[in-house]
Ligand binder design. Structure first.
Ligand code: C2E
Ligand code: MG
Ligand code: MG
Ligand code: MG
Length: 278
């Protein structure tokens, strides 16, 4: 009996694994075609100064609109793009698009910061620095407006190589953000070794403010620490006025989250400007 049950359980799991493997294979195959087929779009989420309600920047967040599957979220395909190496081509497309967007904004007199997520492979790629240099030159975007978002885990491992790469990126004039800060393993003293400019407080700490006193302590501590290290700080995942006020009371004024706006398509920016930026 137990054996039969075990076999059934196994059968059940293996069917689930097959489904997951098939989905993975499907995404991998479709990814190869999707860039050429122009199925990707970048959405932009404003970063707002809560004191003035003005937009100070945008984070570029990729979206995949598949003709039969509909919207496939980045959490589903970025890891596969990363594992297969397709992320290098996809990431280059994101850099190019986001810089063209920044140039269009600047032409409208809106010189805002643009944050771009880098993947681990992209960051390690020796071609990243020359690629970014050429995109900056071609698009004439102001390098100091570009913020590259990395995660703590991408700085671990080969620390010396990471520091060298960061210095080369910074020599182009761009800034470096640590995304999802607090969810990785890096200690403070460790962080000091890296030439970074901005910490983004992870949404997981913000989301239960003001209900979870631990999360409030952690968030306040991250902000205080960022200030001591002379880093700018951005809070992500801000959804309520209570969270905005808590952050203000703790000296964090640049916020990003549904409270102000979800990520939106470029053609929807005028509506956003009507609400926030004019
Ligand atoms: P992330 O860089 O930490 O981006 C923030 C995520 O939080 C985004 O999810 C955003 O839509 C979501 N978010 C923003 N405000 C709120 C809020 O108030 N509440 C909630 N519940 N969520 C909020 P998204 O766009 O699905 O992206 C997920 C992750 O995928 C990103 O996390 C980033 O790690 C990765 N990603 C997105 N675009 C790119 C890209 O172009 N390149 C790379 N390498 N990774 C990307
Ligand atoms: Mg990010
Ligand atoms: Mg983040
Ligand atoms: Mg996150």
């Amino acid at each position: 009996e137990a054996k039969a049950k075990g076999r059934n359980t196994y059968h059940f799991y293996s069917q689930e694994l097959d489904a997951a493997a098939n989905e993975r294979l499907f995404i991998e195959n479709e990814l190869r075609l999707a860039i050429k087929a122009r199925q990707f779009v970048i959405f932009y989420q404003p970063q707002v100064d809560s004191r003035t309600q003005h937009v100070v920047g945008y984070e570029a967040l990729i979206r995949w609109f598949h003709p039969t599957e509909g919207m496939i979220p980045p959490t589903k395909f970025i890891p596969i793009a990363e594992a297969t190496g397709l992320i290098v081509e996809l990431g280059a497309w994101v850099l190019q698009e986001a810089c063209e967007f920044a140039a269009r904004l600047a032409a409208q007199g809106r010189e805002n910061n643009i944050s771009i997520n880098l993947s681990a492979r992209q960051f390690k790629d020796a071609k990243l620095v020359p690629l970014l240099a050429s995109i900056i030159k071609k698009t004439k975007v102001s390098a100091k407006r570009l913020h590259l978002e990395l995660t703590e885990s991408m700085l671990m491992g080969n620390v010396e190589a990471a520091i060298t790469q960061l210095h080369q990126l910074k020599a182009l004039g761009v800034s470096i953000s640590i995304d999802d800060f607090g969810t990785g393993y890096s200690s403070l003293s460790y962080l000091k070794r890296f030439p970074v400019d901005i910490l983004k407080v992870d949404r997981s700490f913000v989301k239960d403010i003001p209900d979870d006193p631990n999360d409030m302590e952690i968030t306040a501590a991250i902000i205080a620490m960022a200030q001591k290290l002379k880093l700018n700080v951005v809070a992500e995942g801000v959804e309520t006025i209570e969270q905005v006020e808590f952050l203000q009371n703790n000296n964090c004024f640049i916020v990003q989250g549904y409270y102000y706006s979800p990520p939106i398509a470029e053609q929807d920016l005028p509506k956003l400007f009507a609400k926030l930026d004019d």
